[in-house]
Design a binder for this molecule. Sequence first.
Ligand SMILES: C[S@@+](CC[C@H](N)C(=O)[O-])C[C@H]1O[C@@H](n2cnc3c(N)ncnc32)[C@H](O)[C@@H]1O
Length: 196
Amino acid sequence: MFRFFIMFNGMVVSGISAMMWPVLAFVFFVLVQVILIAVSLILLRTLFSSAPFIVTPSRIRMKMFEFADVKPGQKVYDLGCGNGRLIFEAEQKGASAVGIEMNLWIYLLAQYNKKRLGSHGVFIRKDLHKVDLSDADIIFCYLMPWAMRQLAPKFTKELKQGCRIVSHSYQLPGWQIQDQYRDSRSKHHSVFLYVV
Ligand SMILES: C[S@@+](CC[C@H](N)C(=O)[O-])C[C@H]1O[C@@H](n2cnc3c(N)ncnc32)[C@H](O)[C@@H]1O
């Protein structure tokens, strides 16, 4: 009886698997295609955004804060805030800090870090080109040259007198540099200070 059960069971299982193979192969093929398309779309979006997600190294961050000269009560923005490091540091100096991030996953990472560190920093998931910056005292950015080109007229129109813009790596076209730092360890890192 037991031998019969094993034989019968084996026939059913092998019968079903033989029929299912093409279906399983098709489902697998479709899944791989969907994953490939999703990854390509994410990469394309990153490529055409204002900057990919790269964290500013701590020695450059120190220089950015030196140029920014953050004072308690000031309003600080990081345009494309990534994991939120600059926001947490600005908050430690007593500023009211706002991080703008468009990428959902990176925004969620910043929110997670905020919770983890017990921060009161504000993170907004929005396109940085659409944020009203008229109350900014300090603006941090680490963005691609084309984003800086787009931001230059917005800054001219919107920012109040005395606002300090500290840019990592790329210059603000048409604006006069007030101070600059060239990293001795890597030619990719420089910091530029502009004052409205
Ligand atoms: C080079 S990272 C800089 C991260 C952080 N500010 C730092 O210095 O460590 C640029 C960030 O800008 C975000 N970003 C790119 N285009 C954006 C846009 N149009 N609006 C808001 N965030 C954007 C990217 O997702 C990325 O996290």
